[in-house]
Design a protein. Structure first.
Length: 420
């Protein structure tokens, strides 16, 4: 039986594994390293976050993105976006150097057992572990507007479904959304000869400013400090103080997680979009149906004005929603036992432990507890160190064989809800 099973091998899973290995835990890591970055993002995309804010986390801080870039004679400088392909290759380099061997099989189900957990791999093997860390990324949580959900994938896809946009050359495509994924997808489509438009609820698109220089007079830095999530004290708090964020009232945390750092395009993609991409702003899809040659969208504005359009394909760049009901990897019994927060995400304690003892969660699922940084690579640093500390604590308090840990379900007091 393993001390810890890490399910997922993206930035969070690999960072957790690196810390767990350094702590001497008997560990198994399952998943395809950096899979979503390698196979769910089109070639030509760039990271929106700064290079210095995009490091995976090992305990010694040795395997940083800039160190990888130095080995390949690449640059990792402030205000110079990093290609997604470079970041994915960096993650594989990190996995080779900072993590024990990764078992690239996928886990199909995780279930609770009288002591610990059982994880079922895609080829039928059952692995046992005293604790589990789920670091499944964002792919299980892709959000598609309800009017589009019943349409065939040949007509409607989520933006995360594409590693190659070449299939849309010469076609007519409508991208729904007003954030970076929508705008950069639209730019790439336009640049390859696709007729593309962006349809967004916002009356006006938001664009991030060009970041100020890394080195500034002290008084400018004091007024608007740099942070991994952007300039300003509020972003600095989200980036650097997730442990304090967790102490805010739940309603406040949930509201901030849902609204902070909302849809906006990076400064470096603006010039690639505005001159060439048609914009339909202040509108949302009310209904959609298949028609010969594509999709007919019925849209409404905030004032109720209807408008129809036909397009060959719809790309929903509408983000991700990390709720418990979408975590199909967990057995129904285990999923049903977990306490949730007001937004439907699993409740976690100060060490990322869920209300079921020994089950730890990471990434997007924990944004309502620890703040917006959990939606970004930067959050992996705090998560890895804190979660592994929680695992070590749990391993020292696991009941002897034969005693069944009782999970705290909805409405029950979770084991981590004790005075600090």
């Amino acid at each position: 039986m393993y001390d810890l099973l890490v399910v997922g091998a993206g930035p969070y899973g690999l960072s957790i594994a690196s810390h767990a290995a350094a702590a001497g835990l008997n560990l198994r890591v399952l998943g395809r390293p950096m899979a979503s970055w390698r196979t769910h993002m089109p070639r030509g995309m760039f990271l929106k976050s700064e290079p210095w804010a995009s490091n995976l986390a090992d305990p010694d801080g040795r395997w940083r993105l800039d160190a990888y870039c130095a080995t390949r004679r690449l640059t990792a400088r402030h205000a110079e976006p990093i290609p997604v392909e470079t970041f994915a290759a960096y993650g594989l380099w990190f996995a080779r150097n900072a993590v024990p061997e990764v078992d690239e099989r996928m886990v199909s189900r995780v279930a609770a057992r009288p002591v610990g957990f059982a994880a079922f791999t895609e080829d039928g093997e059952v692995l046992r572990a005293r604790t589990v860390a789920l670091a499944v990324g964002v792919m299980p949580f892709a959000e598609v507007p309800s009017p589009l959900r019943g349409l065939h994938p040949a007509l409607v896809t989520h933006s995360s479904s594409h590693s190659d946009l070449g299939r849309f050359r010469g076609k007519d495509v409508t991208v729904i959304g007003g954030g970076q994924a929508a705008l950069e997808t639209a730019a790439l489509l336009a640049e390859q000869g696709t007729r593309v438009r962006v349809l967004a609820r916002a009356e006006q698109l938001r664009w991030n400013d060009v970041p100020p220089p890394g080195q500034r007079p002290w008084w400018r830095s004091a007024r608007t400090p740099h942070s991994a999530l952007g300039c300003g004290w509020r972003n600095w708090f989200y980036a650097e103080c997730p442990d304090l964020f967790r102490r805010l009232p739940e309603s406040t945390r949930v509201s901030i997680a849902a609204t902070a750092l909302g849809p906006a395009g990076a400064w470096w993609v603006r010039g690639r979009v505005e001159p060439v991409v048609e914009m339909l702003l202040g509108r949302e899809v009310a209904a959609a149906r298949a028609v010969p040659g594509g999709v007919r969208l019925e849209t409404v504005s905030r004032t109720g004005g209807p408008r129809s359009l036909e397009t060959e394909h719809v790309v929903a760049a509408t983000g991700f929603r990390g709720t418990l009901d979408r975590l199909g990897l967990l057995s129904a019994e285990l999923r049903g036992s977990l306490a949730t927060t007001a937004d439907g995400s699993p409740a976690v304690g100060r060490d990322f432990e869920s209300s079921h003892p020994g089950l730890f969660l990471a990434g997007l699922l924990t944004a309502a507890a620890f703040g917006p940084s959990m939606r970004f690579v930067h959050g992996a640093t705090f998560t890895a160190a804190t979660l592994v500390r929680g695992v070590r604590h749990r391993l020292h308090t696991t009941p002897p064989a034969g005693k069944i840990p009782v999970p705290a379900g909805r409405g029950r007091e979770a084991p981590w809800k004790t005075p600090l």
